[in-house]
Design a protein around this ligand. Structure first.
Ligand SMILES: [Zn+2]
Length: 160
């Protein structure tokens, strides 16, 4: 897999035009199922649930900066929860009517990868909003670390 075809390592790529076969080759199996096929990790099983480190959460597909650690809070829902996106446009929202419910789905603003759902059930936060994020849809990058470098390391480990 050449780095130039990996939208996470090449910021100039049109990340919405990446072929499914390329996503499959660069993402872990779990990341691929969640980001590209809207799967949901079982509650309490994803990465970063209890991560308290300072930094940012980037898209595990394309490295777009999505969430700041300072907006992370303990919702008790079993998935990493944030009360806001890092900046307007970081995520896109869609109406999701699957499973007989109407929910707000959020996707990565750059590659359109599925991240999770947004709920208005967090009155304890400044926004009242809970971005319920699959841990495997994102990659945590500690403050001071280069996101592309962090993603390249992550890809090379072939981990979940
Ligand atoms: Zn993305």
């Amino acid at each position: 897999m050449s780095k130039s075809n990996d939208p996470g390592l090449n910021p100039t790529t049109d990340a919405t035009a990446v072929a499914d076969s390329i996503w499959k080759s660069i993402l872990s199996e779990t990341e691929y199922k969640i980001l590209r096929h809207s799967a949901t990790e079982a509650p309490g099983t994803g990465r970063y649930l209890n991560n308290e480190e300072e930094g940012f959460y980037h898209c595990a597909g394309c490295a777009q900066k999505l969430y700041a650690a300072e907006h992370k809070f303990h919702s008790g829902c079993g998935w990493p929860s944030f009360y806001d996106e890092v900046e307007a446009g970081a995520v896109k929202t869609y109406v999701d009517t699957s499973h007989g419910r109407t929910r707000t789905e959020m996707r990565c603003g750059r590659c359109d990868g599925h991240l999770g759902h947004i709920f208005q059930d967090a009155p304890q936060t400044p926004t009242g909003t809970r971005h319920c994020v699959n841990g495997y849809a994102v990659l945590f990058v500690p403050t001071g670390k280069d996101p592309q470098e962090a993603l390249a390391e992550h890809r090379s480990k072939q981990q979940d």
